[in-house]
Structure formats: C-alpha cells, structure tokens
Design a protein around this ligand. Structure first.
Ligand code: NAD
Length: 279
C-alpha cells in the first residue's frame, strides 16, 4: 500500500478565508462535515446545513465554534424550494451575507435499471441535481445584491458543486446517481459561463472513492478495500479531509482565476488504471 496512507497533515493557512461566510449543505457527515471544519480552520464563518441528525450537526457547530469563528446549524431539505429559500434568507439575516456555497448534499439509491423505481430515480435527481440548482440560484441572488467587497474576496461569490468521478465514468447499477452527476457537470459549466461576467466563480470538485458513510460497503472490509484499490493508481482510499483542503483552496483567492473547472480529487481514478496493463 502507498506510504501516503491516511490523510496528509493539516496545511490550511489560518486566515485564508477570514471574514467570509460559507454555507455547506449536508455538512453533518462525511465530506460536508470535513469541508465545514476546513473552511472554519481557514477563518470562515460557517452555516452547517443538515436534513436529519441534528446532534451530528450540532457537534460540527461546536467543533467550529472552538476554532474561534461563528457557526450555526440550519435544517433544510435542499430538494425543497421553500426550505432552501428560507435557509438562505436566514443566513443573510443572521450572518449578513454569503460568500461561499458548497453544494455538497447528496445521496445514492442504487438498483439495476429494471429494478429501479421511479421514486429511486427521482429522489437522487431531486437531491443531487435540483438541490444544487436551488442552492446556487438563491446564493447568486445574494452575491448579486452584495457585489464584490475587495477586503473580503476578489470575487462576488464562489459556488462549489460537489460532483463525482461519475460525472465522467459510467456506473452500472447506479444510473440515477451517474445521471445526476453528469447533470451537475453541465449545470456547473453553464452557470460558470452565465455568472463569470458578474465576478461569480462556479467550479466543481469531483471526488473519487472517499471513506464516508455513503460508500461504506466499498471500504469496510479488507477484501472490499483491496478490490477498490484496483481502481485507484495512488493506492489509498481518500479521506474527507482530502476533499476539504481542495474546497478551501478553490474557494479562496489563491484560485481566483479558476472558473468553470472540475478538480478531480481521486488518486488517479479517472486515469482508467485498467489500461495501465490492458487495452
Ligand atoms: P454522506 O452520506 O456522509 O453525506 C451526505 C450528506 O448529504 C449527509 O449529511 C446527508 O444527510 C446529506 N443529505 C442527503 N440528502 C439531503 C437533503 N435532501 N438535504 C440536505 N442534506 C441532505 O456522504 P459523502 O460521501 O460525504 O457525500 C457528500 C457528497 O460527495 C455527495 O454529493 C456525494 O455524491 C459526493 N461524493 C462522495 C464520494 C465518496 O466516495 N464518498 C465520491 C464522489 C462524490
């Protein structure tokens, strides 16, 4: 196994996002949780969105508050328009504005094509794609209202869509999920094109296999991990912090000229490693 096993040490500059207000959806678990904490380490105040498990959301809030920045847990189902509108209104009221949206909430409802119910198809599209659309739309209204505040950031707002390697790699048995992430790619690029003239940066992060509850079956036994590693040239399963660090950098002015791009954070999964010896 790779000598870099486990997430690399914390290297987030402490004041990189000082004074910025971030909303992370689905922030009480996995990648969202690590991202919320990473943004806070970089100095941002953070709204921790959750749809279930308030206790887990409060734990993230408490951890963030211990870093000396502000945090609050807001309950909202990102697939419900009224709840997203209310969440954004509340954030603007209580935090003053929003500078960074991380549209992270997502789920899987796996089934082969002929076993997949319309509910399974629709649920995944509603949360993974429509949820990101609704959050991006509401955040953009506030970015536009506020405009650029040069002491805070060079851009008028940052939207980071949590996509997946499955915006590129087909995934048998997961057509709803792959279609939702393929949709995220084109939504992200279209919004980036539409909003860049206003100084709003839209980008995506596409994780490979990251150790979180969403894909527990893929890593929880040594046999499953071994099989999974066949797909990862860098030879380790990713950790939520691997994604969090990239989101922090992408949200910061260090990456001010990065617009409409997907950053694959996947240990080389999208290099199609089967072709290293075959093809
Ligand atoms: P996770 O299950 O730990 O986290 C998903 C979060 O989304 C949870 O907090 C869940 O409650 C929340 N959520 C689900 N439906 C919601 C809704 N309607 N409204 C608000 N929140 C909702 O899984 P994760 O791996 O941390 O996934 C986070 C994102 O990363 C997802 O978009 C997922 O598709 C993406 N992703 C994960 C991996 C991976 O290997 N873990 C790989 C590629 C992409």
């Amino acid at each position: 196994m790779n000598s870099t096993e486990g997430a690399p040490p914390e290297v987030i500059p402490a004041r990189l996002l000082h004074g910025q207000k971030a909303l992370v959806t689905g922030a009480n678990s996995g990648i969202g949780r690590a991202t919320a904490i990473g943004l806070a380490r970089a100095g941002a105040d953070v709204v921790v969105n959750y749809v279930a498990d308030r206790t887990a959301a409060q734990e993230v809030v408490d951890e963030i508050a211990s870093l000396g920045v502000r945090a609050a847990a807001y309950e909202a189902d990102v697939s419900q328009e009224d709840q997203v509108v209310a969440m954004m209104d509340r954030m603007v009221q209580e935090f003053g504005t929003i500078d960074i949206l991380v549209a992270n909430a997502g789920l899987q409802r796996d089934a082969g094509l002929t076993e997949m119910t319309l509910d399974q198809w629709q649920k995944v599209l509603d949360v993974n794609l429509t949820g990101q659309f609704l959050c991006a739309r509401e955040a953009t209204k506030e970015f536009r209202r506020r405009g650029v505040v040069p002491e805070v950031s060079r851009s008028a707002g940052k939207i980071i869509c949590m996509s997946s390697v499955h915006q590129l790699i087909p995934w048998a048995g997961h057509v709803n999920y792959a279609a939702s992430k393929g949709g995220v790619l084109m939504m992200m690029q279209t919004l980036a094109q539409e909003l860049a003239p206003e100084g709003i940066r839209v980008n995506a992060v596409a994780p490979g296999a990251i150790r979180t509850p969403i894909n527990r079956a893929a890593w929880e036994t040594p046999e499953a991990t071994e099989e999974l590693l066949q797909l990862i040239p860098y030879d380790r399963v990713g950790e939520p912090e691997d994604i969090a660090r990239v989101v922090v950098a992408l949200a910061s002015d260090l990456m001010d000229y990065v617009v409409g791009t997907t950053l694959y954070v996947d240990g080389g999964m999208t290099l199609f490693p089967g072709f290293a010896t075959g093809g």
